[in-house]
Structures are given as C-alpha cells and as structure tokens.
Design a binder for this molecule. Structure first.
Ligand SMILES: [Zn+2]
Ligand SMILES: [Zn+2]
Length: 173
C-alpha cells in the first residue's frame, strides 16, 4: 500500500481548484498579440520582435517607444513611465543588476574522479639505470669499435674472442 498522494498540480481532475490555477499560470506557448502600432495586426508572439522592427518603420511619427527592459514592449511615450513601473521584464533586469537575488547557481559538474592506484609513476624506477656497455661486456653481444684504425680493431676482435670464450666457459661450468 502506497502512502503517497498525487500532487494536486499534476492531477487532471477539473474539480481541484489548484489544478485550474496551475493551468491559468502556464505561460502561453505561442499566442497572437495585437501590434502596438496597428491594432489590425495580429502577430504570433514568436514573430513579434521581427514584426515590430518592420512595423516601426511604417509608423515613424507614432511616438511609440520601446521599453528599456524588453524590446518587444512598445508603448506610447506618454504611457512609458507607468509601463516601466509595472513591466514584467524589469524583474529580470533587477535580478541581473543584483546577483545576490539571483537564484542559486546550478551545481558544478562533478570533477573527473580520481582513480585509485598503488603505482606512482613519479617515483624513481626500482631498477638501476641500463648501462649498455656494462651489459655487453658481461654477455655474448658482438661489439665493434666504430671509427678505430684497422690495427686497433684487430686487437679488439681478439679480445672479444677471448671474452666470448671466458663467458661461454663460465656459463658451461
Ligand atoms: Zn504591426
Ligand atoms: Zn516593458
């Protein structure tokens, strides 16, 4: 058995007064609005800004001015003072000027989570630095002296042959 009740605002029951208020408060999706320049013009709200720009050109002496808080509010200059006092867009503007009144910021996206690891790649490697010369001396790697005169190379080859024999014998024992 559920103890939850349906939220009255979500309810579609017409008998609920709350539901009716919620419907009335819903912003109009796209409604027709009377043009302030010509009452014969009925413009979709979404097209109002575009229409007003065009229509203002056709009524240069109309004394209609645009509201400083919303360019789609076009009011006769004598009515502008009272419009500003009650302008719905002024609230947005004042919120902009007083950020303290702004609704709280949305929480920041969570940072990339740290991956737990026992390895620390900044640590010194646990093995000694590789010394190719030392490695070659102790192993059966054919070495050669690059750029040495032929006599030196012959001596070196002889030494290498001995070294190979010693290593081979050492490994066999
Ligand atoms: Zn118009
Ligand atoms: Zn306004």
């Amino acid at each position: 058995m559920s103890t939850e009740r349906n939220d009255p605002k979500e309810s579609s029951s017409p008998s609920s007064p709350t539901a009716q208020i919620a419907v009335e408060l819903k912003p109009p999706v796209d409604t027709y609005i009377k043009c302030p320049y010509d009452a014969g013009h009925r413009i979709l709200r979404s097209r109002l800004s575009w229409h007003l720009t065009r229509c203002a050109r056709n009524h240069p002496g109309s004394n209609m001015i645009r509201c400083p808080f919303n360019t789609t509010h076009v009011v006769h200059s004598s009515d502008m003072n009272s419009h500003i006092k009650n302008c719905s867009s002024r609230i947005d503007f004042e919120r902009f000027q007083n950020p303290d009144v702004l609704p709280p910021k949305e929480p920041l996206a969570s940072p990339v989570p740290l991956v737990e690891s026992s390895e620390n790649w900044d640590d010194e490697p646990p093995v000694a630095t590789y010394d190719p010369r030392a490695y070659c001396e102790q192993n059966l790697v054919i070495r050669s002296i690059v750029g040495a005169p032929p006599a030196s190379r012959r001596v070196f080859r002889e030494l290498e042959r001995k070294r190979f024999q010693e290593i081979s014998q050492g490994k066999n024992n």
